[in-house]
Ligand binder design. Sequence first.
Ligand code: NDP
Length: 503
Amino acid sequence: MSGTAAVAERIEGLNVIAGERRPARSGATFESRNPARAAEVVGVFPRSGAEDVEDAVRAASAALPSWRRTPWPARGEIILRAAQVLERRKEEVARLMTREMGKVLTEARGDTQEAVDMGKFIAGEGRRAFGETVPSELRDKWAMTMRQPLGVVGCITPWNFPVAIPSWKIFPALMAGNTVVFKPAEDTPACALAFVEALEEAGLPAGVVNIVFGFGEDCGEAVVRHPGVRAISFTGSAEVGRHIAEVCGSMLKRSSLELGGKNAIVVLDDADVELAVDGALWGAFGTSGQRCTASSRLVVQRGAVAAFTAHLTERAARLRLGDGLVDGVEVGPVVNEKQLHRVHGYTEIGVQEGAHLVLGGEVAREGVLAEGWFYRPTIFDAVRAGMRVAQEEIFGPTTVILPVESIDEALAVANGTRYGLSASVYTRDVRRAFRAVNELEAGIVYVNAPTIGAEIQLPFGGIKDTGNGHREAGRQALDEFSEWKSIYIDYSGRLQRAQIDVE
Ligand code: NDP
């Protein structure tokens, strides 16, 4: 991990193509900056274009025949070693992450740990990757399936989980025998490089994973449109995801999309209100609300509204903002200036819509906070389900309280958005809990816990506009990156016709 060894140093990052460090062919570069201190440059990276993507796809194609022939358990061993490298370097990677995208150190450690967990889990598929053996309708004939890689796959990732999300995509892609062109978010190139360096240290052959740094509109677009890339795995905004799906559709290319959410915590009037407040605080303001699973809507039954709102507001007002590397800081900055304006823009929208602002709603500028992109934890109450602040993904430390009369109304409101990633219910009544589990329209449902907290051994993904039906993590992770091959072996020594020569 040469480039990222000392957290305070300025990283001179280069693309990794065919195992070599290369600048962009154009020579162009861009900077990654610390959102807690915007003047601080974390690193300088190549601003790659289509010609660099061409080199990366060529390298990935050249590495493919040997990698796909490498036995599954041997591929698993390399992935396991990469997870162990990340585990050993967890503190270093976490500190780099806090510096590069702002989440507080405890959460940055969790992000890195998720990649460790993912690597260890998926490496085990090297000795499983089960197919099926089924009976044939004919004598002396065998029928079975096996997984095959897709080929070269493109992984395009966001900045909010800059090590975990690449691991969710790249580890299973490699396990299934694909080679990879990786385009990370322009806000977190150093974290992405740290991840690729762990794979290199683990002994991954040159060209199997190639990283091209750059911007979505040129570098990312070139990965998506390259005919040599057989599939795109993307996490990010609904807008870009829709565009990628259109391009991939026209090229008959597979795309798997994870596009965020407007996740609701439902608090019923029999709930443990303090527990629900704990959950809402963590779910809404962790990672400064910049999670696809953030608890951005709090649907509260009338009997619990007053106590819930008062306690949540009082606790949120005490959250300590600051540089995530400083002990005791609970909420870091948002990732960049554009995101700060976007979040504040939604505060203005909420006020115009007639929602009641009970906390925050402003940029934090006192003392050292003025050096970065800090936004105060923000709560609206008396929000109605149709308001834009209750429908659109804000992706910042803003949450909205929607009062409801009954469980029927709570479920209708919770389900009344275009997204369907994560949802949760707080209740002490097992009948109401199971009803909510069954009826909440989401890929992930929690009982008496907030909308965040997924573990890598279960599938992760959503319904409706959150994606296009794929799941990451869990045993299902391999589905995204493999094709099934059906194999028939006839050892009868004569022509046997299916459906015709049956007994
Ligand atoms: P984007 O969807 O723009 O970015 C996600 C990734 O896609 C980045 O690597 C980006 O590159 C890349 N990209 C952008 N345009 C293209 C393109 N035309 N072709 C290929 N790749 C492309 O999200 P943003 O970072 O701009 O965030 C905007 C909003 O998206 C947030 O406010 C939030 O609402 C949502 N979001 C949701 C996430 C989730 O977890 N579901 C994660 C991040 C954002 P580059 O970084 O250079 O732009």
